[in-house]
Design a protein around this ligand. Sequence first.
Ligand code: ATP
Length: 227
Amino acid sequence: MLRIKNLNYHPTATAAPILWNISLELAPQQMGLVVGPSGSGKSTLLEILGGLSKPSRGELYWDNKAIPSDQLSRFSGLVFQFPERHFCGGTLLEELRFGHPELTSDQVSEALKEVGLGDLSLKTSPQSLSGGQQRRLALAVQLIRQPALLLMDEPTAGLDWSMRQQLTRLLAKIKQHWSLLVVSHDPVELLPIADRCWTLNHGQLHPVQPQDLMERHDALLANPSER
Ligand SMILES: Nc1ncnc2c1ncn2[C@@H]1O[C@H](COP(=O)(O)OP(=O)(O)OP(=O)(O)O)[C@@H](O)[C@H]1O
């Protein structure tokens, strides 16, 4: 169980905090979905949980044990928005072993199988994959490190409809084994598989029922001028 208590982020360069007293709980094998407009603080929240930024204040617990912020990068795996832009291996094997030369080919093959890329040769270039396959690879890169918490920033951004559906099905499968926290400004495909939902506006997090967000989305589609 992940528990975040009163997390604040207020860099010295800004007049007001970017994140205000964020508190949430997420059980194992659940997917939490944070929905908010551009600039609301979604990526900042994930960067803190991924150990890339230090919160100004607040506590994080996993199974009631406090996790110091300098240990977060080992505890959680962060899949960035447009992760394919960060690939640096010439082959799938290199990409998955990057920073972890101890991983065996069998472990790499297993990770690829878990994300539905088990049929590909380990010599395949990541750049030659389709957009949906590249997202799967980015997921495998994190899963192979066995993080307790998987963080995903706009996982379906830039994908076509069919790839968005495929990725959503994959996330539904992945959450059977992991705790998953996803942020998105356009969550329509993700809402049906979310167990917990929150809105984030100007750095303030509020719980909301996935069904309510779905209805709001339908209303916006019907009347885009309200957006
Ligand atoms: N270290 C920092 N110093 C100053 N401002 C920051 C810092 N980190 C984040 N911000 C600001 O905080 C706000 C929230 O940024 P963030 O990238 O988290 O939003 P977001 O919801 O992920 O937006 P998008 O969906 O467009 O990526 C932005 O206005 C950003 O410029």
